[in-house]
Design a protein around this ligand. Structure first.
Ligand code: SF4
Length: 358
């Protein structure tokens, strides 16, 4: 499809299909910037009353800059992500102090403002000053990937460059402001996430690669980021005379049937007091014992987990009672050597404990 044909068709669609949104009736960069910040991570219907509240309370950037932070936060209440409100306030001050209250008029200069990234800068310069810069947000990625069959993973490092090349090449020579709004609007109300139910009636139904190949549900390609779970292990290495207490792991996990020490697990790092407060064994043995060593943190990365482990080496002063622990038994260093152990335990033994037992 000819690039100019795409832009022309999109603009024709936009002229009749666009929603009537208040920030589209202005070229005031302050109002456009306000609307863009409010609409980040917020639906239009939810953001609209906030837009009106803000322009009423702070009609100019000078008013916003002069406000108390608490006033700004109070007005923002209910929108969440309060760092956005703090950034908004800080940027207003920056515009007043560094630019005399006049918003920078170029893409490069706008990027110097706090909290203004490439998308927001492109939106402001194109909407307010008609500068020829393409906007690239989630809607634009989706439209381009589907219409032109771009299979680059949008979560990859190279995606931004590749899609920006496409987006820039498609920009018309005139009406860049309208065109940028049109492509975002098209993604928001026509070429929606999932499989759009209205492909049949779409202006690009004939030309769209995704429609022709029925890949609307696949494009844009986005690999899911694997969520890494953080776990904190605190191993209690109890020594009595020359022997160390170990136990067989009963949990059915990757270390099942292997030997380790008494374990306290948490979802955050713990100081000694917190550790003792959480663990009955420590509370029982510490009055008759001393902590003789604390290891550095061992970091162990698994596919979906990051485990940070600290070993607390504790020496008992007196013979433990026969019922001191159900599963822990004392082993000499030689006996320990012959037990199957997770690599984490092996590393600790060779790097720390064996040296202390010599
Ligand atoms: S045909 Fe469907 S997938 Fe293609 S641009 Fe239109 S709405 Fe999007």
């Amino acid at each position: 499809m000819e690039h100019s044909f795409f832009a022309e068709k999109l603009l024709t669609w936009y002229r009749t299909a666009q929603r009537d949104l208040p920030w589209r009736h202005t070229t005031n960069p302050y109002y456009i910037w306000l609307s863009e910040v409010i609409l980040q991570q917020t639906r239009v219907a939810q953001g609209m009353p906030y837009y009106y509240k803000f322009i009423e309370a702070f009609p100019t950037v000078f008013d916003l800059a002069a406000a108390n932070e608490s006033e700004v936060l109070r007005l923002w209440q209910g929108l969440g992500y309060y760092s956005r409100a703090r950034n908004l306030h800080a940027t207003a001050k920056q515009v007043v102090e560094a630019y005399g209250g006049v918003f920078p008029q170029t893409y490069e200069e706008l990027l110097k403002l706090k909290g203004v990234g490439s998308y927001t800068a492109a939106a402001i310069v194109s909407f307010a000053f008609n500068e020829r810069v393409a906007v690239l947000d989630g809607n634009v990625y989706r439209v381009l990937a589907r219409v032109f069959g771009i299979e680059t993973d949008i979560a990859s490092h190279e995606a931004k460059k590749i899609f920006m090349t496409w987006a820039t090449a498609l920009l018309p020579s005139q009406h860049v402001n309208l065109y940028n709004q049109a492509i975002m609007e098209f993604g928001a109300i026509q070429c929606t996430p999932g499989v759009p139910p209205t492909c049949m009636f779409c202006v690009f139904a004939q030309e769209c690669t995704a429609n022709a190949t029925q890949r609307q549900g696949i494009l844009p390609v986005k690999t899911k980021k694997v969520k890494v779970k953080e776990r904190f292990f605190h191993y209690i290495v109890v020594q009595y005379q020359d022997e160390i207490a170990m136990k067989k792991r009963l949990l059915k996990d990757i270390w099942a049937e292997m030997y380790d020490f008494h374990l306290v697990e948490s979802t955050e790092p713990l100081q000694l007091d917190d550790l003792v407060a959480q663990d009955a064994l420590l509370q029982k043995i510490l009055p008759e014992a001393s902590i003789v060593g604390v290891s550095d943190v061992f970091t162990h990365i698994l596919t979906h987990q990051k485990i940070q482990t600290t070993f607390w080496h504790i020496k008992l002063h007196s013979t433990p009672s026969s019922d001191w622990h159900e599963h822990l038994h004392f082993y000499t260093p030689e006996a320990m050597d012959n037990l199957p152990k997770p690599i984490l335990i092996h590393n600790y033994l060779t790097q720390y404990l064996y040296k202390q037992l010599q």
